[in-house]
Design a protein around this ligand. Sequence first.
Ligand code: PMT
Length: 401
Amino acid sequence: MSLANRRILLGVSGGIAAYKACELVRRLRDLGAEVRVAMTESATRFVSAATFQALSGQPVRVSLWDESAEAAMGHIELARWAERVLIAPASADVLARLAHGHADDLLTTLCLASAAPLYVAPAMNQQMWAHPAVQANLALLRQRGVVVLGPAAGSQACGDVGSGRMLEPHELRDALVASFGGGALAGRAVVVSAGPTYEDIDPVRFIGNRSSGRMGFAVAEAAAQAGATVTLVAGPVGLPTPAGVARRLDVRSAAQMQAAVQEACAGADIYIGAAAVGDYRPATVADRKLKKRAGADLGLQLVENPDILAGLAAQTVHPFLVGFAAETHDVAMYAQDKLQRKGLDMIAANRVGGGLGFESADNALTLYWPGGSLELNRAPKEALARALVEQVAARYRAVRA
Ligand code: PMT
C-alpha cells in the first residue's frame, strides 16, 4: 500500500473523535502522503493546532482571516492543491453546512473551492446520527458524490451504544488508498447479494426469513472500500445503499434475485452470496387474498427454488464464488459440505442464534476454502466484512491471478 506524494487535505471538525485524527495523520504520512490539516474553531477545543502541526509537518489552518497563512498558501491554492479532501471527524454541524453549501468558515469554504473528491467520516452521538435531519443531509451529500465512510456502531464516549463512532484511522487510510486505485480489490468487479427473499403466497402474505441485509450490505461497502466496482443485489430490506457501491438492484423473490445476479455476474470477477435465499416458494401464487376456512388445512404446496450459487458454479466461465452458510448446529460440517457440493472457492460459516447472525449488529464467521480455514471472532458486521473481503482478495489472487 502506498500514498507516496499523494496530497491529502484533512479537515477536522469538533468532536471527541478529533483525537483519532492525530493517529490518522501519522498513518497517512507513513504511506508517503503529504497531509495538510484544516480545523474548525470547535475542533481546536478538542485537540490543539500545534499537535496537528507537529504530526503533519505543515502549518495548520483554522481561519479564513489568517493573513500570514494566506500569504504563504491562500485558501484557494490549498483547495486546488488537494487531491482528496477527507473530513474526519465530520460533525453533524459540518455535514449540515456542507449539505447546504455554506462557506462560513475555512473548512466549508475549502470544500466548495476544491474539485477534489470529498470523503466524510461522521462521528456523533447515536441519537444525533439517527435524526432525520442528519440523514437527509447525508442523502443530499451522497447524491452529489460525497463518499460517506462509516460510521461504525459500538460504545460511545458519551456512554451510549449505537451507530455514530468514527471509523478507525487505519480504515480511513485504507479507504483513501483504495480511492487512488491501490486497494486489495482495485480494478475488480464484485457482485454481492444481501438480505432475504420473499416468496408470495397471495397479495398480502409471503414466506420470508429474518435476514436484515446488514451483513451483505457491510460486505458490499467493504469491497467498495477495497477498490472494487460493486453491484449490490438486495432482497427486500430498508437499508440505504452503502458508500461507494456503484449499482444496486432491488429484488423480491429468489427467481428475481437469480436473474439479477446472473446479469450482474456477466464479466464479474467475484460473487459473494450473503443473501438468505428462500429454498422453497409456493407452487402457485393466489391473485386474491386466501380466506380462512375454519378447520381446513391451507394445503400450501411448496416447490424448490433454483440455487443461485450452484447455478453459477455450473457455468464454464464464472466468477470466484464465495458463499455463506447460516447454521444453528454442526456448523463446520454443513459449511464444508456446501463448499464442496456447490463448487465454491470459499464459504463463510455463520453460526446463527445467541445474538449472532440474523438481524444482529455483531456476527462471527469461520472461513473455509479448499485446504484452509480461518476463524473471524465476534465483531460488528462492518469489521467482519472488512476482514472477510481481505481474505477473499488474498484467495482470489492466489487462485485466479
Ligand atoms: O442479513 P443479516 O440479518 O445481516 O444476516 C446475515 C446472514 C445470517 C443472513 C448471512 O450472514 C448468511 O449467513 N447468509 C446466508 C444464509 C443462508 O441461508 O445460507 P444457506 O445455507 O441457505 O445458503 C448457502 C449459500 O447458498 C448462501 O451463500 C446463499 O446465498 C446461497 N443460496 C442458497 C439458496 C439458493 N436457492 N441459492 C443460493 O445461492
